[in-house]
Design a protein around this ligand. Structure first.
Ligand SMILES: CC(=O)SCCNC(=O)CCNC(=O)[C@H](O)C(C)(C)COP(=O)(O)OP(=O)(O)OC[C@H]1O[C@@H](n2cnc3c(N)ncnc32)[C@H](O)[C@@H]1OP(=O)(O)O
Length: 208
């Protein structure tokens, strides 16, 4: 069991703190833009950049609690900073997640309750496989990819860096989605996507 601090003070941080505690880890506190997270039930340590000053006194493990609702986020920047300062940012599988043996995942990646990651899949760094999402066999996710709640990647799907696959979206088998795409909630992707942008609907079409 390890001692963690959680970087971020919103809903995603709260989910991670809950998961870490259920896994038996100690959570010393969280950082956030401001001290507004009484509901976090763990001490506020300072702003999101405070870990640079607090390094000596903080636990050696960190969790990336900053959520991702768009393509551009600071998640990878923070992961790089944390690692450069010597923190470990382990992969977290929530107690209710299912990850098949041999699935590979990069540092800072989390798989949340009810999510299933099937044999042969590879997840990059700082990814989120959110509640009840499915990443079926032999998928490959780049870095900083978010598979939102209830989204489904069928077998052999590839998703590029920084993509966000929205809540309940479905990608059929062997689809390739290039980096920097937002797939809207409920979209159905039936063709490869090779131009970065925002895609919605069934079948998914580019709107921006
Ligand atoms: C635990 C968590 O909470 S994780 C968070 C999970 N969140 C998500 O999955 C959110 C995914 N985001 C979406 O689906 C968003 O609606 C986006 C990114 C696709 C579009 O957002 P915006 O760029 O703000 O577009 P906007 O809301 O202005 O809509 C533009 C048009 O697309 C339509 N549209 C927006 N989203 C969708 C969608 N998912 N499916 C179909 N049509 C859509 C709108 O109705 C609008 O159409 P109109 O011009 O005919 O009125």
């Amino acid at each position: 069991m390890s001692d963690f601090f959680v970087l971020g003070g919103g809903g995603h941080a709260r989910v991670l703190i809950h998961a870490l505690k259920r896994l038996g880890h100690d959570v010393h506190g969280y950082t956030a833009l401001s001290d507004e997270g009484e509901f976090m039930q763990t001490p506020y340590l300072g702003t999101d950049d405070a870990f640079e000053q607090l390094q000596g006194s903080l636990s050696s493990c960190a969790a990336l609690g900053i959520g991702k609702t768009g393509v551009q986020t600071r998640r990878l920047d923070f992961l790089d900073k944390l690692q450069a300062l010597g923190f470990r940012v382990p992969v977290i599988h929530a107690p209710g997640a299912i990850c098949h043996a041999g699935v590979q995942a990069g540092e800072g990646t989390v798989v949340l309750d009810g999510a299933v990651v099937v044999i042969g899949s590879r997840l990059g760094r700082a990814c989120i496989v959110n509640t009840n999402a499915t990443v079926d066999h032999d998928c490959v996710l780049g870095d900083d990819v978010h598979i939102a709640p209830g989204a489904t990647l069928s077998g052999g799907v590839e998703v590029g860096d920084h993509c966000m696959i929205g809540t309940g979206a479905n990608l059929i088998q062997a689809i390739r989605v290039c980096a920097d795409c937002m797939i809207g909630a409920g979209a159905t992707v039936v063709r490869d996507i090779s131009i970065p942008g925002v895609y919605v609907g069934t079948p998914a079409r580019r709107i921006a």
